[in-house]
Design a protein around this ligand. Structure first.
Ligand SMILES: Cc1ncc(COP(=O)(O)O)c(C=O)c1O
Length: 403
């Protein structure tokens, strides 16, 4: 048998992935995937860009590029982030191969086995997987409808000495919430002067459904964070396409310099080809038009799902009301297990992702995540009806056991 590394021995295939293998029947309605719908990608626009691209740029696109990123894209992105109030002059920007790579690089830069990392509970499964792979001890801080539970965070800060606090303030994956401006300020105040890196993952920043929601998307790093070491990550995955594998990281020069050395050893540079496309997409004004379109599209999908939940779910069930992004987080009665619901739901033809998948301790399971971004619109109501019927059956079964 091969003698695996400690890192690999810490990685487990999740029960959910195994269950999901059963859900590959073409007739299954999936609310599991947190990705855009294929038909929404700007295929025509990118075709136009490529057709009109001068030869020298096409040739550059095929070439290796600097580890920090394709310089014209770095310049475009810098101006884009400056408009969001981010400190692009005092901090350094790096293009990464998806924003997940940025999290990975930071994991390698800061985490030794046994180091404590604070995450939200629930949190993004990709981020959790990175921290686990570096053998961090994960401590989950519960999320409320307006952001982290700061009382619990305060308590945990007295008990532990975490290296990183990882948060997703905008249109949270999986919880579907957005941090209020007040909570952002309080969190910053709480962390000032402490020796902890605040990692702000802003993958969904642009996907607001209204002007009011847009006003709440202010990155923490654009606020007065003096006295806090912050790293900000973002992504082209939800605003252009995950297949481009492009994200970015904004960090202090000290953190950036080590990150660049780490990235050299991982992939030398992110794909130049897609960086050229992303740059033209932004520079030629395609991005703004495309964002208008997808914001409307996701808003409509979320409305369809909320309407279906209202129509089909039994009254014991609660769910979040997203102001943007891809997700609705559903809360079952405390003693109900979302894996039981999932099993029945898969048989009947609809899937979602169970709550404990997103729990840093892999325990709490009376929740699940619905994603409305990927499915055809006309499948949303039938899928929710199936899940609701699986929930009703589980409620019924529990009542029978109790009798
Ligand atoms: C919160 C969050 N962060 C990061 C990512 C990773 O995105 P990327 O494709 O840029 O690696 C995702 C993807 O779903 C996400 O939901």
């Amino acid at each position: 048998m091969p003698y695996f590394s400690n890192t690999v021995n810490h990685i487990r295939s999740s029960e959910i992935r195994d269950l999901m293998k059963l859900a590959t029947r073409p007739d299954v309605i999936s609310f599991a995937g947190g990705m855009p719908n294929n038909h929404l990608f700007p295929v025509k626009e990118v075709d136009e860009i490529l057709q009109n691209l001068p030869l020298d740029k096409k040739e550059t696109a095929f070439q290796y590029g600097p580890t920090s990123g394709y310089p014209p894209l770095l310049a475009t992105l810098k101006e884009y982030l400056r408009k969001k109030g981010l400190p692009v002059d005092t901090h350094k920007l790096m293009i990464t191969t998806g924003s997940l790579q940025a999290i990975n690089i930071l994991g390698m830069e800061f985490i030794d086995p046994g180091d404590v990392v604070f995450t939200e509970n629930p949190s993004f499964i990709g981020g959790l997987a990175v921290f686990k792979a570096f053998q961090a001890e994960l401590v989950g801080i519960p999320l409320q409808s307006d952001g982290l539970n700061l009382d619990i965070l305060k308590e945990k800060l007295e008990q532990y000495n975490p290296k990183i606090l990882y948060i997703i303030p905008n249109f949270h994956n999986p919880a579907g919430i957005i941090y209020s401006i007040e909570k952002r300020k309080k969190l910053i105040d709480l962390l000032k002067g402490r020796d902890i890196i605040l990692l702000e993952d802003d993958a969904y920043n642009e996907l607001y459904f209204s002007k009011e929601a847009q006003a709440e998307t202010k990155p923490l790093m654009s606020m007065d964070t003096k006295g806090i070491e912050m790293v900000y990550t973002g992504s082209f995955s939800k605003i252009l396409g995950p297949g481009l594998r492009l994200g970015w990281m904004l960090a202090s020069p000290e953190i950036y310099d080590k990150a660049e050395i780490i990235k050299q050893g991982i992939d030398a540079c992110s794909p130049n080809y897609t960086q050229v496309i992303a740059n033209e997409f932004m520079r030629q004004g395609y991005m703004d038009r495309y964002l208008d379109k997808i914001r409307k599209e996701y808003a409509e999908r979320s409305r369809l799902m909320l309407d279906a939940l209202q129509e089909y779910m039994p009254e014991e069930i609660k769910w979040s009301h997203p102001k943007g992004g891809f997700y609705i987080w559903v809360e079952l009665p405390e003693d109900m297990d979302s894996t039981d619901v999932l099993k029945e739901s898969i048989e009947k033809g609809a899937v979602f992702v169970t709550g404990k998948t997103f729990d840093p301790e892999n325990k709490q399971n009376n929740f699940f995540r619905l994603s409305y971004s990927n499915m055809d619109k006309n499948q949303i109501a039938p899928g929710i009806e199936i899940i609701a019927s699986a929930i009703k059956n589980n409620i019924q079964k529990q009542k029978t056991v109790l009798q």
